[in-house]
Write a protein that binds this ligand. Sequence first.
Ligand SMILES: [Fe+2]
Ligand SMILES: [Fe+2]
Length: 186
Amino acid sequence: MKTLHELFLHELQDMYDAEQQLTKALPEVEKETTDPMIKQRVRQHLTETEQHVRNLEACSQALGEKAKTQKCAGIAGILQEKQSAMKEKPSTEVLQVINLTGSTKIEHYEICAYTGLISLAAMMGHTECERLLKQNLQDENNMAEFLEQNTRQTIEKLGAMTGDANMAARGQTMAQSQTPQRTPTR
Ligand SMILES: [Fe+2]
Ligand SMILES: [Fe+2]
């Protein structure tokens, strides 16, 4: 790999694989989620993820290339972390938190990957690719924000439900403190 164009194609292929891995992983998360509002949002992000796959295909097409995949070890690794936690047989309550924090890691991976791709597209004047990649990034930013808002609430609620007195007490203190601000990604 000698040129930024080759790097751009490599990274596009990586995300094309990542998004396809996620179209397979999200239905499982949806099935395991007990909160109806979070469940609905996961379902919506599955639809968005299917569109991300199509946007990446359109991006390759705009470059006159065939859409190819390159194994995305980053997303595979995060999904693998969940499988390893599943071996410890989490309760339904704990599984809710595993899915929320795991999904947040995934969204941040996607945000970083798309931010880099958008910079490359802009520098090389691939306007159509830049537009398509920005659409994907917008969805990932919105999903990351939703997940972060709901992770703390879920942990507090479940701390009380699971009878973990320390956790519930801390949850009350946490509720009074400020939610940490997310570093702006754009
Ligand atoms: Fe995505
Ligand atoms: Fe995503």
